[in-house]
Design a protein around this ligand. Structure first.
Ligand SMILES: Cc1cc2nc3c(=O)[nH]c(=O)nc-3n(C[C@H](O)[C@H](O)[C@H](O)COP(=O)(O)OP(=O)(O)OC[C@H]3O[C@@H](n4cnc5c(N)ncnc54)[C@H](O)[C@@H]3O)c2cc1C
Length: 503
């Protein structure tokens, strides 16, 4: 009979970091993952001999002494990762179909402010007010600043400030507002709902510094798995959790699809909270709690496309291009299908420190699950076995062509230099990550109902906890912080944060 101090359901970044912290602190841990590959959205795959990332395109805050750098140093990641810093004078570049101008986001607040003020001189005061507010917002969150969190750790006013309302209150030029929202595929901004703090925490980390993982993000998962095993922990693949058993109101066991059972004193679920509740017996939790968790809205899904290039034909570019095809800036499901895609993130993955030519181009566009609803009963995580029907392949090819038509207008030299195209739809994300309707970023935060969209790592079952992107914030930095937040129930946080600061 296998028995652990902590059983962790899912090996996404949140699960792996929690396992790492706890195994370092002498807890016996076991991580159970349903997929063949560990890492959730950190997974990679190979096509035509080229490595393709599924979920992590670039990471902020990894400059020496910055917040994620320090967390990753504590986790033993920073010296082992192979990274490439994006262009400091334009790590993100925003463009709109209506004109040919390209608007850069520069690293370092001084550089950021100067670059935008040169383009929008009349908005100098607005840009200064924006920077001040981003910094102030970020400074108010303890864990984000490597300090032990007090409860509640955030001033309530920040939760209810709407991003668009705030930008409109300090800036009159709509184009500048569009530029400041230009990389919102990072957090899927909704005009009515996105709180300014979500925008601020994310853009701040990239303004500090922006990095690509050379050869993909899977290296983060591999290093973490090795380190958990080095600490005596277990990390098991191809073990889907189908049930969480309880006794007298406490979780006792996870039941795996293979029939095996794993016993634990505590359980941390890295699975979407609503789907975690589905693993419990109907009557274990009160319906009001279940209703609240189930009513939290999830971010939309994505259509991602990888273009494999003929050798030495297309230059590597050391930045991300965000392009809008209409004047709709928002990544929510209220789009017209005939206008899709309205937003594209385009970049060339890094394969070495000094790439001259790109091996592939990756493109991400937000997409609603409604577009693939017709095939929702088909589930697949085995690419060789195509179990979806011919119509799906036709639909996918048509979407790929729509994206290609736009990309050709931006990069005409691409014509004739493509050797293959591969794509992933909301169904792919649903099946590989087990997120609701293939949601890329999990629960959305809503400034209109801030408390309803806030989720604590604690559940109504005293020894069942949550971690991952639905707690705190999505993204590599957000999920890292969420794992530390979850571990606050197990370790002395003052000591842990001291170790992070001094790592
Ligand atoms: C397309 C895309 C692009 C992104 N780009 C970026 C980016 O550029 N920068 C950035 O910082 N962030 C990016 N993100 C976000 C970031 O990758 C995620 O927020 C983060 O990796 C999520 O980690 P997580 O721990 O919450 O869980 P996930 O990665 O969702 O992992 C959950 C794990 O649980 C497993 N699981 C689920 N159900 C079960 C079960 N029943 N039994 C066992 N295991 C189970 C899943 O297989 C998975 O491995 C992107 C995400 C996506 C999808």
């Amino acid at each position: 009979m296998e028995h652990y101090d902590v059983v962790i359901l899912g090996s996404g970044l949140g699960g792996l970091i929690a396992a790492n912290i706890l195994s370092k602190n002498n807890y016996s841990v076991c991580v159970v993952e349903k997929n063949e590959q560990f890492g959730g959205a950190l997974q990679i795959y190979k096509r035509d001999n080229v490595m393709l990332d599924t979920g992590v395109h670039y990471i902020g805050g990894l400059g020496k002494g910055e917040n994620l750098y320090q967390f990753f140093k504590y986790l033993g990641l920073i010296d082992k990762l192979t990274l490439k810093q994006l262009d400091k004078d334009g790590f993100d570049r925003i463009s709109f179909s209506e004109n040919e101008e390209i608007y850069p986001w520069a690293n370092g607040y001084e550089n950021f402010e100067k670059t935008l003020t040169n383009i929008f001189p009349k908005e100098k005061t607005g840009i200064q007010a924006y920077v001040k507010m981003v910094k102030e917002t970020c400074e108010s969150l303890e864990l984000y600043n490597l300090k032990t969190p007090d409860a509640p750790s955030f001033q309530a006013a920040y939760y209810s400030l709407n991003t668009y309302d705030f930008l409109k209150s300090i800036i009159t030029d709509e184009k500048l507002i569009a530029v400041l929202l230009g990389n919102n595929l990072l957090y899927y901004a909704d005009k009515d709902k996105t709180p300014f703090y979500v925008h601020a925490l994310i853009v701040n980390s990239y303004i500090l510094s922006a990095w690509r993982c050379i050869d993909g993000g899977q290296q983060i998962a591999s290093i973490l798995v090795r380190s958990i095993r080095g600490n005596g922990g277990k990390v098991l693949r191809l073990q889907e959790v189908v049930k969480i058993e309880t006794e007298n109101g406490l979780a006792t066991t996870v039941q795996l699809k293979s029939g095996k059972q794993i016993f634990g004193k505590n359980f941390i679920s890295n699975i979407n909270p609503s789907l975690t509740l589905d693993l419990l017996d109907e009557k274990v939790l009160r319906s009001a709690y279940k209703k609240r968790i189930k009513s939290i809205e999830n971010a939309m899904s994505a259509f991602t496309m990888h273009i494999i290039l003929k050798e030495n034909t297309f230059p590597y570019f050391n930045y991300n291009r965000y392009h809008f095809t209409t004047n709709n800036l928002w990544c929510n499901s209220r789009y017209e299908v005939e206008n899709w895609p309205e937003n594209l993130m385009i970049f060339t993955p890094a394969f070495g420190e000094h790439d001259t030519y790109a091996k592939s181009i990756s493109i991400m566009c937000s997409m609603s699950f409604d577009e693939v609803k017709e095939w929702e009963t088909s589930h697949s995580t085995v690419p060789e076995k195509n179990i979806r029907d011919e119509n799906y392949l036709v639909w996918k090819a048509a979407k790929e062509q729509k994206v290609l038509d736009i990309v050709y207008t931006l990069y005409p030299s691409l014509k004739g230099n493509i050797s293959a195209v591969h794509s992933a739809s909301p169904l792919t994300y649903r099946d590989y990550l087990n997120t609701k309707e293939g949601s890329t970023y999990g629960s959305i935060k809503n400034c209109q109902h801030p408390l309803e969209s806030y989720l604590s790592p604690r559940t109504k079952i005293a020894n069942l906890y949550l971690t991952g992107q639905d707690i705190n914030l999505h993204g590599i930095l957000g999920v890292t912080i969420s794992a530390f937040l979850t571990c606050a129930s197990f370790v002395d946080m003052d000591q842990l944060m001291k170790e992070v600061r001094e790592a």
